[in-house]
Design a protein around this ligand. Structure first.
Ligand SMILES: C[S@@+](CC[C@H](N)C(=O)[O-])C[C@H]1O[C@@H](n2cnc3c(N)ncnc32)[C@H](O)[C@@H]1O
Ligand code: SF4
Ligand code: SF4
Length: 366
């Protein structure tokens, strides 16, 4: 086969980028993480912990797992491998938990489960109604694959106005890529659902926040739907959330499988001190148990209490979460945290979530 000079230099550049530039950037980032984290761990540990202890009394965002059942099989997600029982939270229990959270002073609820899709939850609209009518709740949100976000639901969803933020996880701008990444052949269907929602939003003049959470390689950010999204963005009807690296779900998601669909795996992070998730993001599972991590513990190995036996306030300020934080601080990570590549140290100023810092600063001023 004859390659032109242009093709050869493009292939060479792409090789240099993949094999030299990208890995060097990663290793440099890892090294900077190490230096910055060790500096804060050794010299600012007491003050950072003091600030975080002050803000820890109240989860900044309570995650409620309406259901852990999903209708997709994303290649980057642990859902297809989950061994935990598939369940849906009874409505009565949901109301009781939100009552308790509000009594603690809570303001934000997320209906994004660890895994599962909010639209598979038969009680989704009852839950949204419940949250909407509570003046104490200032906002609620969820991520969804959008498969069941049918056009007939658009107006119903728009009734929640600015209080609701919907984020649709999007596996690709062509049917083949979408299918390979999401494990289901619903590119056209979800595209239609998104378009219908945006048109209803335009018609209603709604300022509800609506985001497309990109879950496909940057090389796929092309094509007519991509262009259409750029117009929606310009009109203020949509925003994009770009993720370019994918974590391993504590070893359940294989790097090769990610590579096969053009996605990049997160490198194992530098681990020193407690993971920031333990300070801000618990999840109440569909069965009423509270898990310390709302993000990457798919089998729920970090249970810190049961709302059928104790209150949310007791659990969130109790012995089990303290013990977990202490274990992280000593470097004695539970198995799931040992394997996890989502971990972010509370001492890493380069990565530590801005929301922690903002809340921490506000607490310091009080
Ligand atoms: C676990 S899902 C649950 C909600 C819903 N089923 C969905 O996919 O939008 C929450 C978010 O995590 C994202 N996610 C799942 N696995 C991921 C990974 N390995 N790396 C980065 N994001 C991931 C999903 O794309 C989604 O946006
Ligand atoms: S990422 Fe969401 S849609 Fe995809 S399998 Fe996991 S839970 Fe389901
Ligand atoms: S290390 Fe991973 S599994 Fe453990 S709390 Fe942090 S994000 Fe969750």
């Amino acid at each position: 086969m004859n390659y032109s000079f242009g093709q050869r230099s493009q292939t060479a550049l792409s090789w240099v980028n993949t094999h030299l530039l990208r890995p060097s950037r990663h290793y440099l980032g890892w090294l900077l993480d190490l230096v910055a984290t060790e500096y804060c761990f050794r010299l600012q540990r007491r003050s950072i912990r003091q600030i975080l202890e002050a803000t820890r009394q109240l989860p900044q965002n309570l995650h409620l797992e309406g259901t852990n059942i999903c209708n997709a099989k994303c290649v980057f997600c642990a859902y297809p491998q989950m061994e935990r029982a598939k369940e849906t939270m009874p409505m009565e229990q949901f109301r009781r938990i939100v009552d308790e959270y509000v009594a603690m002073g809570g303001k934000y609820v997320s209906l994004t489960p660890i895994v599962g899709d909010p639209f598979v939850d038969r009680d989704l609209f009852q839950r949204l109604d419940d949250l909407y009518q509570r003046p104490q709740i200032e906002g609620f949100d969820f991520y969804t694959n959008g498969i069941l976000m049918k056009r007939q639901l658009s107006e119903k969803l728009l009734r929640y106005g600015d209080k609701l933020h919907i984020q649709v996880s999007w596996g690709g701008f062509d049917r083949q890529t979408y299918h390979a990444i999401m494990g289901v052949d619903y590119f056209d269907l979800v595209r239609r659902n998104i378009e219908a929602f945006i048109e209803a939003k335009r018609k209603a003049g709604s300022s509800m926040r609506f985001s497309l959470a990109l879950r496909c390689p940057p090389s796929n950010w092309v094509g007519d739907f991509w262009e259409q999204c750029q117009h929606y963005i310009q009109e203020g009807l949509l925003d994009l959330q770009k993720v370019v690296m994918f974590d391993s779900w504590a070893g359940k998601v294989d790097g090769e499988a990610l590579k096969n669909v053009g996605l990049e795996a997160v490198l194992p992070p530098y681990k020193r001190g407690a993971c920031e998730l333990l300070f801000r993001k618990p999840v109440v599972l569909a069965n009423g148990k509270v898990n310390a991590c709302a993000c990457r513990d798919v089998e729920a190995e970090l249970i810190i209490g049961d709302l059928n036996e104790s209150s949310l306030a007791e659990i969130w300020t109790g012995h089990a979460i303290d013990e977990l934080i202490d274990r992280h601080e000593r470097g004695d990570f539970p198995d799931v945290c040992k394997r996890c590549t989502w971990y972010t140290s509370i001492y890493n100023p380069r990565k530590c979530n801005a929301r922690i810092n903002k809340a921490a600063l506000a607490a310091m001023r009080e």
